[in-house]
Design a protein around this ligand. Structure first.
Ligand code: ZN
Length: 428
């Protein structure tokens, strides 16, 4: 039988750290249990809570294996996209809520946490380009309450690199003076100051995740998702260690078609006009993919808001409601636009990662490096490129793709960045 850490592929070191922490967190709860059960302890309840808080403080390790040793109240999971940052955070949250304290995967604590319904686990998934201060304040407030399940209040913040400065400050206050039973789990690409503020970083323990090897990704696709081994192997290699992307490529024909279209770009670049056409096609494909991905939820949100505001109502409150409605509708539209922009950038970035893989294949072939190609299905084409361009030309093209990604991340208008890239790919 598998426990909550089973899907964290190729991350043995991180899993060992988290298991240790979960065990010591469980020991902390057991140490505080006489008070929770109402039995007379050596000290009063408040004192015990203080003691519990002190045990979080790593500065004073006791002589015996004390309960707080492997545990702390704030964690950052770092690693490249798809390496499993949020999977790790959720698994750890489940282990903290597990009635056995291990993350057994079967008890109600594990089940409800992984299913997203545990009352003491809050998950923040930013939909737009940033996480705002109001959202963060509300979250910090609720996180300070006593856990209803008697274990921990856990707050998971996905993409903590998208915190606004004000939101980061609100979070920092909570992390600096944590309530004794509250645990913050942040996910970010790295601990670079661009991703996470130095002050927050200094209060957290870091769990670095690495890009899982293709073999480990393929194994989980076969075991968990029932995908045929040969398809799983191809998808794991093509997704370059991104577990979620690998699963989508293996199971979604549309995702495969979009990838095919991206990988057809190199052979279509026959002149300036073709380069501009390819840029337009790539941008429009990303826009279409993003629009499709958000359309359903946008519509559902609009309908829900209109129902809540009583649109079309004729009662006495209707006129007043409509006055406030305009503002709320505007607010919703703003959030939806931000989410759509994010979805477009994510779709475009996926395409650029695929394209970079193609030029990386050409480069390794030109260098005769003994590594397996990323895209086995375009390996012949990459080989032809390697002969034509040589290693220098392949490297220049790979760099053009990586520069395009960096430019878009730095807020250059995507169309401009992609056009510049396509021209560079054509000229070499
Ligand atoms: Zn459990």
């Amino acid at each position: 039988m598998t426990d909550v850490f089973a899907d964290l592929v190729g991350q043995d070191e991180a899993v060992a750290t988290l298991r240790r922490a979960a065990a010591s967190a469980a020991a902390l709860l057991r140490a505080a249990a006489p008070v929770a059960a109402g039995r007379a302890g050596p000290t009063g309840g408040d004192d015990d809570l203080d003691a519990l808080a002190e045990e979080f403080d790593e500065s004073g390790p006791g002589p015996e294996v004390e309960p707080g040793a492997g545990m702390t109240h704030a964690w950052i999971f770092t690693g490249p996209p798809g390496s499993g940052r949020s999977v790790a955070a959720r698994a750890f949250a489940a282990a903290l809520q597990c009635v056995h304290g291990t993350g057994c995967g079967h008890c109600p604590g594990c089940h409800t946490t992984l299913g997203g319904t545990h009352a003491d686990v809050r998950l923040v998934v930013p939909e737009g380009l940033s996480i705002g201060v109001n959202e963060m304040r509300a979250l910090v407030l609720r996180a300070a309450s006593t856990p209803s399940g008697g274990r921990w209040q856990v707050v998971i913040i996905e993409d903590a690199d998208r915190l606004t400065e004000a939101a980061g400050n609100a979070l920092l206050k909570a992390v600096e003076e944590p309530p004794p039973r509250t645990v913050f789990l942040l996910c970010a690409p790295s601990t670079h100051p661009d991703d996470i503020s130095v002050t927050i970083r200094s209060r957290c323990r870091v769990v670095p995740l690495r890009q899982p090897p293709a073999g480990a990704v393929a194994e989980v696709l076969v075991r968990r998702d029932g995908i045929a081994p040969d398809v799983a192997e191809w998808a794991a290699a093509a997704a370059q260690g991104h577990v979620g992307r690998a699963r989508r490529l293996a199971s979604d024909p549309e995702a495969r078609q979009r990838r095919d279209a991206v990988l057809a770009v190199p052979r279509r670049l026959t002149g300036v006009g073709a380069a501009f056409d390819a840029a337009s096609a790539l941008i429009e494909a990303a826009e279409a993919e993003a629009a499709a991905s958000v359309a359903e939820i946008d519509e559902a949100e609009r309908a829900a808001l209109q129902t809540a505001l009583g649109a079309g109502g004729t009662g006495r409150g209707a006129a007043g409601a409509m006055r406030g409605a305009a503002g709320q509708l505007k607010d919703l539209e703003r959030r939806q636009k931000s989410r759509a922009t994010r979805a477009q950038r994510d779709a475009l970035d996926r395409a650029l990662v695929d394209l970079a893989g193609f030029y990386r294949d050409a480069l390794t072939m030109a260098l005769r490096a003994p590594v397996a190609p990323v895209h086995t299905d375009t390996a012949a084409l990459a080989g032809a490129g390697a002969q034509k361009w040589d290693a220098d030309g392949a490297l220049r093209r790979l760099e053009a793709v990586l520069e395009c990604r960096a430019a878009i991340e730095a807020n250059v208008k995507p169309r401009i960045a992609v056009e510049a890239m396509m021209l560079a790919l054509w000229k070499g």
